[in-house]
Structure formats: structure tokens, C-alpha cells
Design a protein around this ligand. Sequence first.
Ligand code: HPA
Length: 271
Amino acid sequence: MLQQINQTADFLRSRVNGKMPELAIILGTGLGPVVDYIDEKQYIPYAEIPNFPISTVEGHSGNLIFGTMGGKRVMAMQGRFHYYEGYDMKQVTFPVRVMRALGVKTLFVSNAAGGMNKEFHVGDVMIITDHINLFPENPLRGHNYKELGDRFPAMTEPYSKKFIALADKISEEKGLHLVHGVYVGTTGPTFETPAEYEYFRIIGGDAVGMSTVPEVIVAKHGGMDVFGISVITDLGGKDITDVPSHEEVQQAAIKAQPTTVAIIKEMVARV
Ligand code: HPA
């Protein structure tokens, strides 16, 4: 694994001529337009990157994008690898290993999620304050390479408190509506049954989705500071009978775009 990480990092280093990113962004559903605010863009399709899996899901195009944003060198993942697509946890989180090898210290993640919190509305943007890992597997299971991090990493501050405070400050300054909450990560690809949404709410979740948790675990293993946002694309619970479709999820994510784009842009410039 170490050899693969280094090989991929070497390849990318040579492709970007040593212009190394300090911050990485995983662009989930609905955050695609953030790409428009990356300057001096260089696209590297996943298919050209040694050891990278290939993205299969509709609406995710599959590129690494290197460039600058708000005066910082950034790299963005346009399309991520989901466990439900059949990738194993090492594949899902491989790009985060490579980010760290390139010197990235800060990771921004985004996703679409179903809301269980009764105060939430479709189109809300949720700052992720914590998560619950309900994937059947932890990406750190197996041999621990101490070059990559500790055997038993602390997860006391999975999402950086200073980033959350900064996001709140920005939302106040700009009059944006943000909510806070705990993200439950589960495999999908089924959306939840009413009883499952209820269960996730009772155990402390505010929103549920099919990504993010593996990547954040690996980022924390590697000592990165993480900021995460979820776009609430549908609501679930005992009394809710609406069926979320993939299209509705995409539509709701588009509705939230002005807020997500504004937050991410400002955050990148100010962290
Ligand atoms: N459940 C799981 N994942 C999701 C949902 C949901 O309701 N909405 C968007 N991603």
C-alpha cells in the first residue's frame, strides 16, 4: 500500500510540476460548481492516475483538479468512490492517502444526506459536527503502517472546532442559513426505511448518507483537520412517506448550491 501511495503521489507531483496543494476538497453531490472558483485549473482524469479506482456513478465525472482558490493551492476530487459501488474501504480512501502524501493538511468534504432532525428542511446546508460510523468495516482495519498514522487514532475532534466556528462566523456575516448536526454514514445504496431513519435519529444522528465517514477516518488517521458539510436533499422518519429519488436528491442539492459555494469559497480563503 505504501508503495502504491508513493507511486501515485510521485505521478501527480510530476504532472503538477511541484505545485503542491495545501488543502483538498472532496466535491460531493451538489458541490460541483465550486470547480468554477478554482483558478489555473489542471484536470487529471482518474483513468490516467496510477492505482486510482474509476468512478462509476451517474453525475460524478471523475477528475482530480489542481489549481488555486482564494490565494491557496488546492486540489479537488470531482467524483468520489463509494462503498456501495463495490470498492473496498482501501480503494474508497486511497485518494485521501495520496492527498496526505502530497502534503495536504486540511480536508473539506461534502455530501448529500437525508435529514432525520425534525427541524431540518430540504435544501438546508448542515455543518457536520460529528459522525457515527455505521459502515460494516473501518478503513483502518488491517495492518497499520505507522508512516500513515497511529494504530488507535483519537476521534475526539473529527471535524475541526475552529473550522465550525469560522463557518458560523461566515454565515452570520453573509446572512446564510446553516444548521449543525451529526452525520450517520451507512453503506446504501438503498435509502432508509422509515424505521431506519427513526433509529438513526434516536442514536443521535441528524442526517444520513452513504459516504464521507471512511474518508474522514483516514484523514484523521493522517493528522488532517477536517471540515464537512451535508446538503439535506430529502427527509426521512416514521411519518414521512415521500420516496427520495436520485433525481430529487440532485435537484435539492442544486437548490442549496449558492449557500454551499459561498461557504466553501470563503472558508478556503480564510482557513
Ligand atoms: N439516505 C442516505 N443517503 C442519502 C439520502 C438518504 O436519505 N439522501 C441523500 N443521500
